[in-house]
Design a protein around this ligand. Sequence first.
Ligand code: FES
Ligand SMILES: [Fe+2]
Length: 541
Amino acid sequence: MTMVAALSLLPVSRFRPSCKFCSKKSVGGKGGLRVFAVFGEEGNNGSVDKKSNWGAIFHVDVPRPRVQPSNGKFLDAYQALEVARMDIQYCDWRARQDLLRIMLLHDKVVEVLNPLAREFKSIGTMKKDLAELQGELEQAHTQVHISEARVATALQKLAHMEALVNDRLLQERSSSESTSECPTLTPSTSSTSSNPMRSKSRQRSLNVAGPVQPYHPSLKNFWYPVAFSSDLKDDTMLPIDCFEEPWVIFRGKDGNPGCVQNTCAHRACPLHLGSVNEGRIQCPYHGWEYSTDGKCEKMPSTRMLNVQIRSLPCFEHEGMIWIWPGSAAPTAALPSLQPPPGFMIHAEIVMELPVEHGLLLDNLLDLAHAPFTHTSTFAKGWSVPSLVKFLTPASGLQGYWDPYPIDMEFRPPCIVLSTIGISKPGKLEGKSTRQCSTHLHQLHVCLPSSRQKTRLLYRMSLDFAPLLKHVPFIHMLWRHFAEKVLNEDLRLVIGQQDRMINGENVWNFPVSYDKLGVRYRLWRNSLEKGAEHLPFTIQDN
Ligand code: FES
Ligand SMILES: [Fe+2]
């Protein structure tokens, strides 16, 4: 796809010379630049070099475009970048001219006030000369301010061009890895923008704006981990919201977990307010009891009826409780989320967060924000790299961060796995994860609870210091640290969510380090559109 950038070709150089230090000969020909300076007195051919030693500073060629302006107003990204480069070059030249003009005016003031010259001039003449010079200086200062504004605009334009070129590079690289990565997406909600920068890049942008839409049914057809096994004792009930429906998980008589609707069939009382008796959940209102498959097995004080509440396929696997909330038949195999061999699990933490799960995933799949956001926790003291990249050598949804020793993977439908090379907790070292001798492995599961609520399951494992696990109250320390890190993100993501609901696109301007987050969105969009083959995944079902 040829990227085009709608860039106005109006030259930045429309300054009209108005003072006696300017004009005489045009540079650049018809339609070219018309800004130039003549040094020295009016009517003289004097130059800076004659009058002063400023030549080295001001001897700069007037910039000329390398790209010929096209009659149409659309340029490709490289041409547009070249135009932006010329803008900057021109600004540099213009600034030098402005400075020169002020310096020459300063010389003239000195000259007018020269005691020797004063002897030959009347007071009236001197006043007139000084008043003229004052006017010239005012003009020169105005010109400096115009140049300032022009520099700011040129820099903005350059940044935009750079983003376009980076995007293009990203796209070219991605398309060689997956032919299905096409960032032109139909928005899930619509938003119109008056922002010209946004409209220029619209065709490259994702559009994630507006109120969170109802979850697409196809997103439900996955196995979702919803709890850690260790949190589900024989007599506990875990209420969870999943895709905007309330469920409750408890263990049956055989010890296996079950997941039933958290609403009593009798009069809709929340079941998790009751208790578990002999593998049945008992409603606290009138005592009806349900087994893990949702069948009502006891109805005290009345004639027994055939009543059943909804239940979901529910299994325990590798220390987690999994459910299948979709209407399609569950896949045969439950995924594995175990840390790699050699790691020991040190913390399992569950948090209910007031953000849509996609926004949380976007955040977790982004590392470039760390030195700006996590300045009180793990990224304290990190320098800001000149370039952050996410490289995906193996498959489309997993890779590693450069320059950080961190491997990361998005595992559909809502899971992020990462391995971080460390020397001691909180300190990064080395250039790649493998070069580090000790590692931290993280699992983040972002369960879509409701449109603005996520149930986050976090598991942290280490491949060193196994004894840490036995330090009293260490789990409290891990929890404190995890919450502190998350709170640094959360205030930002909640702010994004507010803006998104009011119509802002949270993926307005993706750049190269947003690759993994963008791919997650592309994957999700394809799924919700019912695509036969989802991008970046090897489908085994
Ligand atoms: S509401 Fe549950 S038993 Fe009456
Ligand atoms: Fe973060």
